[in-house]
Design a protein. Structure first.
Length: 186
């Protein structure tokens, strides 16, 4: 029996993916200065590349894998081809444009398809191979707890970094404010 993945479990998987991408990008922000062109390029290019690689090899992002879901062809229920995955990713933007209505559509659709799924001819289902190994809710909650611990560690190190560097940061900020203030007076 097919169990379509509903809105909330997909939302949780997206949240997990967002946290994981943050962990992936934060080191680059510190190393490259988060206002640099290279960082901006990485922030825009790296997520789609990683997502498409995961979709192509696992039919799911890490969040979907952790929550025991996978993306399948809507008709055959087999793994979609590479073009469907590419179309699905591009269609994310269509789902976003009208206040994310294309994503909220999942909550009301009989097959739990968002607009991006309908456009690409895909559905997201609970993975029966993974479901038999244990509760998806338990897996998601454990994953969420682990990610919160990682986030707490990251916040701790961020606060430590701030304590070590706040004088230099504030001095730099003060210099920039003074420069702008002097330009305004002149």
């Amino acid at each position: 029996m097919i169990t379509y993945a509903g809105f909330w479990i997909r939302f949780l998987a997206s949240l997990i993916d967002s946290i994981l991408f943050s962990f992936l990008l934060i080191p680059f922000a510190f190393l490259l200065n988060d206002h640099s062109t290279l960082y901006s390029l990485l922030a825009w290019v790296l997520p789609p590349v990683v997502i498409l690689i995961f979709w192509a090899h696992r039919s799911a992002t890490p969040g979907k894998i952790m929550c025991h879901m996978k993306i399948v062809h809507a008709q055959s229920l087999q793994q979609p081809d590479k073009w469907q995955f590419a179309v699905r990713y591009i269609a994310y933007y269509i789902s976003m444009i009208p206040l994310f209505l294309g994503f909220f559509w999942v909550a009301f659709d009989a097959k739990k398809q968002g607009w991006h799924d309908k456009i690409a001819g895909t559905v997201v289902v609970m993975d029966p191979d993974q479901e038999s190994k244990g509760s998806w809710l338990k897996g998601c909650l454990l994953t969420g707890a682990a990610l919160l611990v990682l986030l707490a560690i990251l916040i701790f190190y961020g606060m430590h970094w701030w304590e070590q560097n706040k004088d230099a940061v504030l001095e730099n900020l003060e210099v920039q404010v003074n420069i702008k203030h002097s330009h305004i007076k002149n």
